[in-house]
Design a protein around this ligand. Sequence first.
Ligand code: AMP
Length: 353
Amino acid sequence: MEPLKSGSTIGILGGGQLGRMLAMAAAQLGYRCVGYAPEGDNVAAPVSAAFLTRAWEDRAALARFAAECEAVTWEFENVPVTALDAIPAEKLFPPRRALEVAQDRLEEKRFVEALGGRTAPFATVDTPNDLARAIESIGIPGILKTRREGYDGKGQWRIASAGDRDLLSSLRQPAIYEGLVEFEAEFSVILVRGRDDEVRFWDSPRNAHVGGILDRSLFPAGAAIGAQSEAARDLAKKVADALGYIGVLTLEFFATGDGPVFNEMAPRVHNSGHWTIEGAATSQFENHIRAVAGLPLGDTRSVARTVEMINLIGDAAADAHNHLTGGDTHLHLYGKAEAREGRKMGHVTRLER
Ligand code: AMP
């Protein structure tokens, strides 16, 4: 397929900050973006050429949206896969299957295991008995996670003692129980795969989480991550190839004494890749758009010696402009109306080149 001509329209399903940053990158390359998401604080809307506020179930609106676009992508992992049925497969990047696999923690783990990846020990939990059995075989402590729709630590409960299994009575969804992994550090592999199957990787940052939410991404990432990122990249490439993936794909890992342990994947640009806007020759957002549009991929090389990407969560964004007095410091605010607890309001990237 020919690359999209400048002036072509790229559709983005979802209206959050990832869509906002994708739309800005697309505009730079001469494309117009049309967003689509249900009612909400759709911060991608003000930077998009057009934005449709419609339900995921509105097939007619989705079909109109698809007809207006030369290519369609998503920025939100929980777009119902049924909504994708209204988009012709040849216009959709990445492919539907990538979203399907990533939306279910069980399917995702099985998929990655089948390709030779290591995961935390896990068991499916649908009933209180399942949890008792899982705890017996895997042990305590562990984490109970809903199979679907969990993100940023939501839909997760630490199980520290056998008494905690009562939690299940309040759980209304299929879940998995995972053994707690002892890790030295957490890191992510972010890659981009083009329409010609070429794969490029960004350097892997060390990711520090607080309360299940990404707090910071850092370089230098440290020796443990440096030693394990190659093996993690090999696995990530296998995943991307197996899915026929096009666009940016993220896999999150624990660096352990026995090598990388896969935690989860995101079939999209990722918070731990925000540093690439200033810290790499080409950002994850630009390369995602390049891949979707069928353009040559950009250089993913890091251009800074040290990087600190700090998320501004909830109230932390209130005095955000104070960050502007730093030297090579870059502030990104997402334009969200309300600073709720745990809500990602923006980020700051500090570099030393
Ligand atoms: P997740 O939503 O699965 O990415 O989990 C959010 C964060 O919780 C991870 O980045 C880890 O810091 C922690 N976490 C999740 N699962 C495990 C596990 N099996 N062992 C240790 N820490 C975990």
